[in-house]
Design a binder for this molecule. Structure first.
Ligand code: HEC
Length: 179
């Protein structure tokens, strides 16, 4: 419920013309045990969560709009996935550089930003917004965040060998949504 309230606040803030960047990011809280280690590498979290969900969120800004409730469901899940991805990558996994990266405050900030941007996408998705410009703004914020972090941290060769899946359909201009 708390999450919904935070999102509603963001939605109202953007309606009021505030810079969405000023909206507070919904914060993840560790419980007493905390989450100290992911069961996979950050490389895998990047490909399996962050990159996977980004594809759906970028699609709308490129004019590839959902056509039915199932498509919207994919977009909403992706927004949640991005919000969660930002929290997940604050924790090191099994990759060789994971501890070093997550110990860096700049990494933590960039990771938290993913959650904020994911929340902005969620607000658009929950209202089934077909405003391509608004989606493009969210997509632009997202790509800047990816690039900023990659410029600073990403090694030439993925540390755990996990590579991005095929994007052939997208590169051929075919919709990411169902046939
Ligand atoms: C907080 C830092 C950070 C952010 C933000 C971030 N990445 Fe990454 N990403 C990395 C690092 C570091 C690696 C390399 C991981 C490794 O090799 O262990 C990586 C690897 C990847 C990979 C796998 C390697 C490849 O080239 O196939 C993909 C795909 C990827 N990121 C996509 C994205 C996308 C899309 C976004 C934005 C939506 C994003 N990343 C945001 C740090 C980040």
């Amino acid at each position: 419920m708390k999450l919904r309230i935070a999102i509603a606040v963001i939605a109202v803030a953007s309606l009021a013309g505030c810079q969405p960047a000023e909206a507070p990011a919904p914060e993840a809280q560790a419980d007493a045990a905390g989450l100290t280690r992911l069961p996979v590498s950050l490389n895998a979290a990047m490909v399996g969560m962050v990159d996977h969900s980004a594809d759906y969120l970028f699609a709308l800004g490129n004019g590839d709009l959902p056509r039915n409730d199932n498509d919207w469901h994919l977009v909403t899940s992706s927004a949640y996935e991005m919000m969660l991805g930002g929290a997940v990558i604050q924790v090191p996994g099994s990759g060789q550089f994971d501890r070093e990266w997550t110990a860096n405050p700049e990494w933590q900030t960039l990771a938290r930003d993913l959650t904020t941007i994911g929340a902005q996408a969620l607000a658009l998705s929950e209202s089934k917004s077909t405003d391509v410009d608004e989606w493009r703004k969210v997509g632009d914020r997202l790509i800047q965040n990816c690039l900023a972090c990659h410029a600073k941290f990403k090694p030439e060769i993925p540390s755990d060998g996990v590579l991005r899946g095929s994007t052939e359909r997208q590169s051929r201009g075919i919709s990411i949504f169902g046939y």
